[in-house]
Design a protein around this ligand. Structure first.
Ligand code: NAP
Length: 257
């Protein structure tokens, strides 16, 4: 497993497992499958209504909690200091844990600053190991970090070969924030798995288009959290860190952007 170091020294896996739309008994099994395959970062959110099964799956897996990295996010129902404070306790309970590894503000809500105050307090109390934001573009990020005390450790945003946001990644990096990709496969909206450019590069490396799409991001310092309910695809996506794209590959993929 490759890790990336956040601005407070906490290490985060370069590849994690996304859980959007993964719910119920089936969902719990999917998360347990992902842990069995080797994923050690599970990405959830209050909005996904699945924190309980994430907590249950981790508990039932028998894997040492300390080796697992849990990310969750506060949504608009927690968009104030007081609400965020209470919501953090709710997440801790549902996740059956006494700390969250990474806690994000899901969107740039109007009272994101109030929410961030609650995040910072939870961080000071070691209820959270790292704090950050999601879906903040450059302007919103610049506004947000003015005199905020703690620079967000992560900004989780849409990023894939057709919309990589490499410039945003570099900008965030200059201030100490890691850009993490959601929708690395365009949320299944575009047929990325049959993209001719990715397929050609995949054949050259004896990999799949999915693996090339993920490696394009991770090789450039962008951690990923692909989601799938299929064990074979979990393995395929997980095994995307063991090869390197060369400059010619990177150049061809960049032209898709
Ligand atoms: P995604 O990971 O880009 O794509 C998931 C889609 O790709 C699913 O339809 C899945 O189908 C398919 N897939 C996955 N691996 C595949 C493979 N190897 N071959 C063929 N198809 C494959 O989309 P996402 O779930 O929206 O994003 C990933 C995670 O990011 C989410 O689960 C969530 O945790 C997070 N997220 C965060 C935000 C935010 O606002 N912060 C927004 C969206 C998502 P099957 O399941 O049928 O295999």
């Amino acid at each position: 497993m490759e890790y990336i170091t956040l601005n407070n020294g906490v290490t985060m896996p370069m590849i994690g497992f996304g859980t959007w739309d993964v719910r119920g008994k089936f969902g719990k099994q999917v998360i347990m499958d992902a842990l069995k395959v080797g994923y050690r970062l599970i990405d959830t959110a209050q909005m996904y209504d699945n924190e309980s099964i994430v907590g249950q799956a981790i508990h039932e897996s028998g894997i040492d909690r300390k080796t697992i990295f849990i990310t969750t996010k506060l949504d608009r129902t927690s968009a104030s200091y007081e609400k965020a404070k209470a919501a953090i306790e709710g997440s801790l309970q549902r996740l059956k844990t006494d700390y969250i590894d990474l806690l994000l503000i899901h969107e740039p809500y109007s009272d994101a600053l109030g929410m961030y105050q609650a995040l910072k307090e939870a961080y000071a109390l070691s209820k959270v190991r790292a704090i950050g934001i999601s879906n903040f573009d450059r302007d919103r990020y610049d506004q947000f970090i003015k005199n905020r005390g703690i620079i967000p450790m992560v900004d989780q945003v849409e990023s894939h070969v057709y919309f990589s946001q490499l410039k945003l990644k570099d900008h965030l990096m200059r201030h100490g924030t890691i850009m993490q990709s959601w929708g690395s496969f365009t949320e299944g909206r575009r047929d990325i798995f049959n993209d001719p450019v990715l397929l050609k590069i995949a054949t050259k490396h004896q990999k799949t288009a999915a693996q090339v799409a993920l490696r394009y991001l991770t090789q450039q310092g962008i951690p990923v959290i692909p989601k799938t309910v299929h064990v074979e695809r979990m393995k395929e996506n997980f095994n995307s860190l063991d090869f390197d794209l060369d400059q010619a590959d990177l150049g061809q993929i960049r032209r898709l952007d």
